[in-house]
Design a protein around this ligand. Structure first.
Ligand code: PAN
Ligand code: ZN
Length: 188
């Protein structure tokens, strides 16, 4: 038995209580308020906030090269609590560049909502809380909103040839937004 075949990537680790990934192959990134220009509705409030504020951090594992057909990737996102005016902190959101590629999200910690928008612009939402597992079909844009007061942590797995198309979300957004109204989250 061989455990070190050259084409089999070495394992990496997840701390299931925190959602933190570790291992030499883990890459990371972050998105600040400044990098999320045009994403939040109230641009005047957004301009008045510190652009260095980290909205979310992403860790990801690409065991095969980006674009490989038939492979899968694995990632973790930590989305901070907060709001721009009455609109909750959220991820940029995207379609996949190969638009029919699907994805799975699984919530580790926190509470929020997964916004799902089809190509016709119809948006629905699913509640995210510890243990929920969400199937994101192909051709459906996805964005996560933190409606709680602690970080929202979720794991994701997506095809290695999916790619990301941020452009249409940057210009057109989602057709619904999650805001604080009368003390509770409301999809409007
Ligand atoms: C996730 C997202 C991650 C950050 O790994 O990339 O949560 O969100 P944005 O990519 O919208 O900034 C995923 O959906 N990958 O396909
Ligand atoms: Zn995705």
């Amino acid at each position: 038995m061989s455990t070190n075949l050259p084409n089999i990537p070495a394992p990496t680790w997840v701390d299931w209580s925190s959602g933190t990934l570790s291992g030499a192959a883990i890459e990371d990134g972050q998105k600040t308020l400044g990098q999320l220009e045009g994403i939040f509705q109230d641009q005047a409030v957004w301009r008045g906030m510190d652009p260095a504020t980290v909205v979310y951090r992403v860790q990801y594992w690409r065991p095969v090269p980006d674009g490989t057909p038939g492979g899968v990737f694995w990632g973790a996102t930590v989305l901070e609590p907060g709001r721009v005016g009455d609109e909750y902190f959220m991820t940029h959101g995207h379609f996949h560049a190969l638009s029919d590629r699907a994805e799975i999200y699984a919530t580790v910690k926190g509470t929020g909502a997964l916004l799902l928008m089809d190509e016709g612009g119809t948006t629905s939402s699913q509640t995210m809380k510890p243990g929920t597992v969400h199937y994101i079909p192909g051709k459906v844009a996805h964005r996560v909103v933190n409606t709680g007061d602690e970080p929202l942590v979720f794991l994701a797995s997506w095809p290695s040839d999916a790619g990301h198309d941020y452009g249409s979300i940057k210009t057109k957004g989602f057709s619904k937004r999650m805001i604080l109204r009368d003390g509770a989250p409301c999809l409007v």
